[in-house]
Structure formats: C-alpha cells, structure tokens
Write a protein that binds this ligand. Structure first.
Ligand code: NAP
Length: 266
C-alpha cells in the first residue's frame, strides 16, 4: 500500500492508495476497470497475456505478457506493492487462475475470482458435454460432417486428424497449425446476434456446433441459432476452480469486493 498526501506541510492529510491487479483478457475485466476508474485511493493495473494482436484496451494502467509462473507473479506482486488481485481471466484460462491462487496464498494477498456464469441452464437434450477437446473430436464424426468450431484459435490441433469432416472455425486472430485439412476460417470478434449466427449456420450448412462453456452474453447467440435449426452442440465443460478460492459471477459483485477492501484499508 502506498501513502500519498493531500496538501503539504503539517496539515497534509494522508491518503492510502490501494494497488489492485486485475488479471484480464475478458470483457468483464474491462468492465471492472471502467467501473473502478477514478475511485479515490485506488490504482488499478490490468494484466493481459498478450495473445491477441490488437486487444481492446481497458480503462486502467496495462501491463502485457506472462509473469513467469508462480515465482514471477509473486515477484511482480511484491515489486508493485499489490494489495489485492481480481482474477477476471477467461473460464478456460486455468493455468493463470492456478498461479494467481498459489501466489496470493503464499503472500497473504486477498484474491477474488470473477467468473461469469456458464451456459448450463440453456442446455437441451441435443447437447453433448465433454471434458476436453480431444473428447469432442472423438464424438464429432458420430454427430455431423460440417462442424462450426468456436473453441479458440490455439485449440484446432485437437481436430487436425479429422480428414473426413469439413470445419468452419471462428477466432479473433488466425489459427495456429496444426489445423484440420478441410477448414474455412472466419476472423471475427463478438458480440454476435441470433440472426447473424442463424444465417452463418445456414450459409455453411453446419450440422454440428463445437464450443466451450465460456458463458456470457457476447457469444451465446450461436446456441440459440443451433437450437432453432436443430443443430446438435458439443460443449466442453469448464475446468474447476482451485479449491478454497472465492468466486463471484458479476462485475458488480467484484467491484463491491474491491470497494469494501479499499474502505477497510483507509
Ligand atoms: P492460461 O493457459 O491459463 O495461461 C497460460 C499462461 O499465460 C499463464 O501461465 C501466464 O504466463 C500467461 N497469462 C495468462 N493470462 C494472463 C494475464 N491475464 N496476464 C498475464 N499473463 C497471463 O491462459 P490462456 O488460455 O493461454 O489464455 C491467455 C489469456 O487469454 C487469458 O488471460 C484469458 O483471459 C484470455 N482468453 C482466453 C480464452 C481461452 O479460451 N483460453 C478466451 C478468451 C480470452 P506466466 O506463467 O508466464 O505468468
């Protein structure tokens, strides 16, 4: 915690400044930074992994790149006098979440995980839940022959051996090889609409959708479109959170936690 002073000389009033680290890469992390921007006595740094070429910029200080594992994160938290961490990474970024849990536990720094709700309550009997994308690839040939993949650009390798299927893959940046041989790539970033997703499924004659239980509203339209067209869905379940970490589902919950911590500090 850093102490600044309002005014000068003997009458100066101390103002404690809490430094919050937000682990980002999601719309929720950007919204949290926007909600907290300008809060007196609070300094926010958002950390991005640096995977996306032109990421949307949060309203906070930003640092980019990995920390170097748990050791590196501990060093960064100490060096930058971080008083609290909100892990607002994507639900399928389990390594960063595990590192945040380990580093904050070691240093005694409060940690909150901000995890949007998943899509389980939208599930229909046409959904097949899988534990991994390898499992998704194993069930896929039994469900369809023209698959829409919205699993992220680094995860296409799991489907690269499926030579008899045709794939439409959508990602923000181009996928990294290996990729399936019959692949059409669509570079796009949400939010998406049900009308747009329905048209896309029809245009490419998609007969199976493969996705992750990412949750949130920005990319949920494909599920409504799939349900309307009777397209089956293969969906990867979320990895579990590390034991003992506190988690909240909304930006408002996380902001309340931060403000309570800030109030307690000074
Ligand atoms: P991951 O497997 O959990 O993280 C791998 C490594 O990337 C971490 O060990 C860490 O490196 C670094 N890293 C991850 N998030 C970071 C952050 N916010 N700030 C600094 N370093 C970070 O995660 P991933 O699947 O590679 O995803 C990378 C980022 O993309 C995440 O921040 C996530 O929020 C965002 N994202 C992921 C997905 C997805 O489907 N996976 C989708 C949308 C957005 P060190 O060990 O060197 O610290």
């Amino acid at each position: 915690m850093t102490v600044h002073f309002i005014g000068a000389g003997p009458g100066a009033v101390p103002l404690l400044t809490v430094h919050l680290l937000v682990l980002g890469g999601t719309a929720e992390a950007r919204r949290l930074a926007a909600v907290l921007a300008g809060t007196p006595g609070l300094r926010v740094t958002t950390s991005l992994a640096g995977r996306v070429a032109a990421p949307p910029v949060p309203e906070s200080q930003v640092r980019i790149g990995g920390f170097g594992g748990v050791e590196g994160l501990c060093g960064w938290l100490r060096a930058h006098d971080v008083a609290a961490v909100v892990d607002a990474t994507h639900p399928f970024a389990p390594r960063m979440t595990a590192h945040a849990a380990a580093a904050t536990a070691r240093l005694g720094v409060p940690l909150l995980v901000l995890r949007r709700r998943g899509w389980a309550d939208r599930a229909t009997p046409d959904w097949t839940w899988v534990g991994s994308l390898a499992e998704a690839a194993a069930v896929l040939p039994g469900l369809g022959s023209r698959a829409f993949l919205t699993t992220g650009r680094v995860d296409l390798a799991a489907f690269a051996h499926l030579h008899d299927l045709w794939f439409l893959a959508r990602s923000v940046d181009p996928p990294t090889p290996p990729v399936p041989p019959h692949l059409h790539v669509l570079l796009d970033r949400g939010p998406f609409t049900v009308a747009g997703e329905t048209a896309l499924l029809r245009e490419h004659r998609i007969d199976v959708l493969v996705t992750k239980d990412s949750g949130g509203d920005m990319t949920a339209a494909k599920l409504d479109a799939a349900a309307a067209l009777d397209v089956p869905v293969v969906i990867q379940a979320r990895p579990p959170l590390p034991p003992g970490v506190d988690a909240v589902p909304t930006v408002q919950d996380a902001a309340r936690w931060v403000l309570a911590l800030r109030a307690g500090a000074g």
